[in-house]
Design a protein around this ligand. Structure first.
Ligand code: UDP
Length: 249
């Protein structure tokens, strides 16, 4: 299966994808609040994930931590950068646990798998074990980013998607794709259907940070950017419907 599956004509009850990674920012979980977790929003996204899981697709998830803490914010306030980044990584674990709870409430089996071992809370990251979970149709929620400061959860998503041999990363955002300028500020912003990794990097299109895009490019991993605010959006995009931008080679 290739990245082209996302552009193919297929019914909503079918998808050619077997294994995908869904990346969402921490802010996607805070609803209209300015901070933290908004349980109805977490549940809504969990329902989106369940509807794709029901198709038999193996799902990895990476959730950011920006709704709770970002390392750069902390270091801007005088905190030592690596300490602040570890706090950001811990924030992603909290989000992962919230998503686990919501998914399991819907009857979807999950594992939270942390790049930083914390055995009482969740599993440590062991690649082969994670692959086995996916084969058993458990949703794997990868937490604590890459486990290293100076990275982001976008890079963690690209890393895990490569390691798990996902066919694509689906990046759920507030907008339905990648635009040449911010569509919230410019009425004449134009959405790309397809855009290359290099164009994203050269034009700083803000899809993901540069190291994440470079890692995707070097492994020819497509990134599908779509709106998470569209009900049924994730399932629809997997079936090749709706609007989105495909970042690829
Ligand atoms: N972080 C990190 N290493 C990683 C992933 C994340 O240090 O591999 C820290 C970093 O401080 C970052 C925070 O965790 O600001 C939250 O992640 P991110 O900003 O990617 O979250 P998002 O913007 O997607 O909500």
């Amino acid at each position: 299966m290739t990245a082209d599956a996302v552009n193919s004509d297929t019914s909503e009850s079918e998808t050619k994808f077997n294994r995908v990674l869904l990346k969402i920012s921490g802010e996607a979980l805070m609803g209209d609040q300015g901070f933290g977790l908004h349980p109805p929003t977490v549940e809504r996204i969990a329902n989106e994930v369940k509807s794709v899981h029901d198709l038999g697709v193996e799902i990895c998830m990476v959730i950011g931590g920006g709704n709770i803490f970002r390392g750069l914010q902390g270091s801007a306030q005088g905190m030592e950068r690596t300490t602040a980044d570890y706090m950001g990584m811990l924030a992603t674990v909290m989000n992962a646990l919230a998503m686990q709870s919501a998914l399991e409430g819907l009857g979807v089996f999950t594992r939270v798998i942390s790049a930083i071992p914390m055995d009482q809370v969740c599993e440590p990251y062991i690649r082969r074990r994670a692959v086995r979970h996916l084969e058993k149709k458990r949703v794997c929620i990868f937490a604590a980013g890459t486990g290293n400061p100076y990275f982001t959860t976008d890079t963690a998503a690209t890393l895990r998607a490569n390691e798990m041999r996902c066919e694509a990363i689906f990046k759920g955002t507030k907008v339905d794709g990648v635009y040449d300028k911010d569509p919230a500020k410019h009425d004449d912003a134009v959405r790309y259907e397809n855009v290359s990794y290099d164009e994203c990097l050269q034009k700083r299109l803000g899809v993901m940070d540069a190291s994440a895009i470079a890692l995707a490019r070097d492994n020819n991993l497509p990134i599908i950017v779509f709106s998470l605010d569209e009900p049924g959006g994730f399932r629809g995009i997997l079936a090749g419907k709706g609007t989105y931008t495909r970042v690829g080679g």
